[in-house]
Each structure stands twice: as structure tokens, then as C-alpha cells.
Design a protein around this ligand. Sequence first.
Ligand code: ATP
Length: 396
Amino acid sequence: FLGAVGSELGMPTYIVGGFVRDLLLNKTNFDLDIVVEGNANSFASAFKNYFDIKIVEHKEFLASSMFFHDGLRIDVATARTEFYKRPAALPEVDMSTIKKDLYRRDFSINAMAVKLNQEEFGMLIDFFGSRNDLARGTIRALHPLSFIEDPTRVLRAIRFEQRFGFEIEVRTAELLKNCVREDYLDKVAGQRLRDELNKILLEPQPLKAIRRFSTLGVIEKLFPGVVFDRQIDFAVEKYFLRRPRNIGYIGEDRVFYTLMMILLRYSSNEQVQWNIQRYGLPRNFLERLKDARENADNISRESPERPSEYHRMIKSKKAETLNFLNSQLDDERDRSFEEYLKRLKGTKLAIDGEHLKRVYGLKEGPEIREILDALYCARLDGLEIEKEDGFVKNFL
Ligand code: ATP
């Protein structure tokens, strides 16, 4: 139907990018990116005549997002030719517009389109040998300046390489290394890098990508001062191998924070501050990192065993701090710490401050806190929930 609307307006209409790539790889993809040779905002308005959709226009890009009630979203963009604007440009030759649109994309595998207008419905548009690259498992930049134009493509190349088990083509790898060596990553806004990093962290195997970063010299450019040595590698590995079992709701940013804590474990305060600024980390990140490091040192020095010992030693119970600590432990400490995390998640007191006041006539004050803390620690160490009252009586 998209094609029919396009034809009605006389606009060649294509589905492009990741969707086409994944279609050829037989993978599902719900990112529907449409490109029209014409005004995408007019396209969206015409589409609204037939479907009850909400439209959000992105005027500056001549693009619209169309939202359906069932949650489906389709993005429509105007085929872009802005890099080629010339006064009195020749009238566009057939398909030159979509070709230019595809040419400004990141890699050949993402630069295919499928035509949607009835006349040529389903026609695969492949100007750059994309299909061949897809079949061979090659990540290839479309032109020599690709990484310089947009250095976030360095991260994207590694993401796709790891996701599909592909290989970055030799010449593309040279261009990538050159971009990294010449410090082009410095020119990109931190937030854009963070967004690309987060996408990598959402992939099933971020560890491989991070190791690849390290061999390509990307880590020290992204995070100056970080030396990706055996120790850090070990902690990163531990974190990602364990992540499914780790505690807390692991949202994107939390994974990012935890990774930053692990990478910046041995960095100076100045270096940490620099990273806070660059990547928009919370202002108290340095304090949190210092506390977490101190906790890690205490744990390795004092070798706690019981859950309550861990509990008293660890100040912040935020998921990223606990996950960071988990990544820092030696094998000896592993089991007892995991046990602590498990108990921490499963332990909730049956009685509360109100109960203490009502049943034991206690007054508001620090004593109540103290009793509840002691009780909680006893519960962590295995006290059964029915024995809470008995514990309080004893305590008093
Ligand atoms: P995913 O499956 O992870 O969503 P994707 O290929 O759909 O991968 P998106 O980031 O959603 O990735 O981008 C959609 C399309 O836009 C890509 O397929 C690519 O053609 C183009 N694109 C995205 N980012 C860039 C970029 N930095 N440079 C050039 N083209 C890009």
C-alpha cells in the first residue's frame, strides 16, 4: 500500500537500509524505513487519508514518522541529494536520486533498497555490490571518506561485524584504523558515541565487540587514560558473562555506567571527570566510583563470608555498583558474593517500624533503625521470616 500511495503522488517509493539487509539474511526487522523521491511530508499526509495514523514531522530533514495504533511505526524520508546540490542542476535522471541517498549510507550491506510501487514492486536496487558483500559476509564502506565524514561508523562497523559474524573488508579496515589513529573520534559529540555504544551493549555479545575495540585502538581514543590490560579485560569478561544472572533491572544506561566503572577502575580523578563531561555521566559518578573501588578493596582485604558481612561493608546497593563489585572479585569470593546478591534480592522484612512502635512500645528514633538493620542482617544470614518477632524480643 505504501507503493500505491507513492504512485498516486508520482513518487518512486522504496524500503531501504536494515530492513532490506535483514530480509536477505532471513532475519526479522521491524524498522521500516521508507525513502521517497519526493516530499516525504506530503507522502505522510496522503497516507493519512487512508489510515488513521499519527504523524510527527521532522521538517528540517524533510521526513515524517507515521505511528499506527497497534504500535507499528514507519519512517518516511525524502531521498537526500543535499551533498550534490548545484545551482541549475540537471534534471534528475531515473533513479539517480535513490542512488545518492543510498551512497551516503554507512556500509554496502545497509545500502540496498526494494522498490514498492506496483509497476516494479519488489525490485531489488543494488548499486554497490551489496548483495555480494552480504553473501560473503563483508562490511565495506562505500567510499574512502566514509569514516571521516562520520566517525561513529567506526563503532557501527564493529557492531555489524560482531552481530553477523562478518568481517570488515581489508581496505575498509585500513580506512577505519586511519580514522581512529588521526583522532577523528574526538570530533564527534559524546552523546552520539554513547548512543552507538549503547547499541553495542544491547547486542547479545558485547564482550567480543569491546575486545575488538581494544585491538583496533578504539578504547584508548574513546576513553583516554584507560589501559585495556588483562585485569580490565578479565573484569569486563566476568561482567558480560554473568550479566544475565546479575541483579537489578539492567537498562541501557546501567550497563553503560557499569562498563564505565569497570574501565575507569584505575583512572585518575581528572580522567574520570573528563569522561563524565564527555559522555554526560551523572555528576556524582566520581563519588560513586570512589565508593565502589573502596568497597572492592575492602572486600579483597577483609574476605567477608556471610551475606550480612557484605551488607555492612557495601554502602551503595545500586545495581551498577553491585555488578561492578561482582566483576572485581577473585574466584574465592565469587560464591559468597553471589549468595549475598541472591539473598539481597529475595529478602524482605515482615515487620516494620510501625510494628515495633505498636507491639513493643518503641519511640520514634535511631533505635528503631538499629533494630531493623540488625533484623535484616539476621534474615540475610538465614533467619526465617516467622522468627522475626523472636529475634526482636531477644534483641530488646
Ligand atoms: P539495526 O538492525 O541495529 O537497527 P540498522 O541498520 O537498521 O541496524 P539504524 O541505526 O537503525 O541501523 O539505521 C538505519 C539505516 O540508516 C542503516 O541501515 C543505514 O543505511 C543508515 N544509517 C544509520 N546510521 C548511519 C550512519 N551513521 N551513516 C550512514 N548511514 C547510516
